[in-house]
Design a protein around this ligand. Sequence first.
Ligand code: BG6
Ligand code: MG
Length: 219
Amino acid sequence: MNKIKGVIFDLDGVIVDTAKFHFLAWKKLANDLGFDFTELQNEELKGVSRVRSLEKILEWGNTSLSKDEFAQKMAVKNDNYLSYLTNMNSADILPGVSKVINFLMEEKVPFALGSASKNARPILEKTDLINKFHAIVDGNDVSKAKPDPEVFIIAAEKIGVAQENCLVFEDSVAGVQAANIAGMISVGIGEKEVLHEADYVFSSFEEIEIDFLKKLVTT
Ligand code: BG6
Ligand code: MG
């Protein structure tokens, strides 16, 4: 296995538990349109851009919208999503994440954010993480949604690490696929059954031993 010289973190569902807020906001949108979708279907929305998510939801509900209605629904969803983040602060960083970030800082391993979200920067500000990342690549910087590896390729370039020497933390199937396509080590955070394409899967960062990371960055 290649030595790990750089790390890329997804944001939603990895650093903060915002995946549940995206789900609630999309569910409300679907319900307002007169249909519903399941948590299993929601797995297909994780890591996926805002536009592509709404397209998928409308397909599930067999519903079509005019261009203006589409834009309006996206804005309503985003406002609703943002309302959940009002009181977010560093206490909302998921357990175990800071331990990993501190280890990377001590070992001088550069790390980047690689997220599909256009709300990534404000979330990193609220959680006091924005200055820790060596690079931030988010939904404002990419044109292709995960599983396209664009976001991770740009992140690797920005931290100056070859793709094959990068490790990616991801909670979404699309994100794990993107990391694999980029030739990076994929570490899934979530359920093994869902993230079976990942090189490693942990149920949370709390489960990740520093020794596991030490081996990857030193061998
Ligand atoms: C991803 C989330 O990180 O960002 C998706 O997993 C979300 O659920 C996507 O749709 C886009 O986020 P935003 O904040 O730009 O709507
Ligand atoms: Mg995610």
